[in-house]
Design a protein around this ligand. Structure first.
Ligand code: HEM
Length: 194
């Protein structure tokens, strides 16, 4: 792997946050900056989850090694953006009104699903290191299958929050299905027998 690839990916992953910070400070986030922040960080979480899922098919179909080396960092960045997304909601949107937040989680299905996706991300982030990989053995692989469930929940979360125009969540749903299809064994046997 080229030595600059990981630092370059690291900087690239930070760019959306840098842009959001800059846009916030220079008043470029429109009439409702908090909503813009929540939406953008949510969308970047979903994008990074899907980009992470691209790494295995890239390795398999193109034969490159570098995607697997970037996978962990990309997954952790997805978690990082999920934390920022959740923080903007808890802090800037709800001002730590825990009662309201709990009511939202219980009563608004899109928040319930978003919260579930976040809760499932926590053990993945916590066990993403080599030490836990060795310690958990086969259970690590089982646990990390959640990496397929979480983006699906992210798509449902997005789909349920848009009132009428479902085009954008539909695009994410199709990308997710494509990434799942690229893992389907009969297809792999035909297209990329490794
Ligand atoms: C892995 C976890 C999550 C993912 C992938 C995710 C993804 C998204 C996406 C894609 C959007 C829509 C962005 C847009 O409209 O362009 C969004 C919006 C939103 N999410 Fe999440 N989200 C997650 C977790 C959460 C959690 C835990 C909460 C709160 C408990 C939450 C609350 C919200 C809210 C309030 C909005 C904006 C709704 C609005 O103002 O219209 N999300 N999220």
């Amino acid at each position: 792997m080229k030595p600059w690839l990981k630092p370059a990916a690291f900087v690239l992953c930070l760019l959306p946050l840098a842009w959001l910070g800059f846009a916030l400070l220079t008043d470029r986030l429109g009439a409702n900056p908090i909503e813009a922040l929540t939406r953008d960080t949510g969308e970047w979480t979903l994008r990074l989850l899907l980009i992470t899922l691209c790494m295995t098919p890239l390795r398999r179909f193109m034969g490159w090694r570098w995607p697997l080396r970037l996978r962990r960092m990309l997954g952790l960045f997805a978690f990082f953006y999920a934390c920022v997304h959740l923080s903007t909601y808890v802090w800037l949107d709800q001002f730590f009104a825990w009662g309201e937040i709990w009511r939202d989680i219980v009563k608004r299905p899109f928040i319930t699903v978003g919260m579930l996706a976040f809760v499932l991300l926590v053990p993945l982030a916590a066990t993403s290191n080599r030490f836990m990989l060795k310690r958990l053995g086969r259970n690590w692989v089982r646990l990390h299958r959640l990496a397929y469930v979480i983006p699906a929940l992210g798509v449902v979360h997005f789909w349920w929050l848009v009132k009428a125009d479902v085009r954008t969540p539909l695009i994410y749903a199709l990308l997710f299905l494509l990434l799942m299809l690229l893992r389907w064994r009969p297809l792999l046997r035909r297209l990329a027998p490794a």
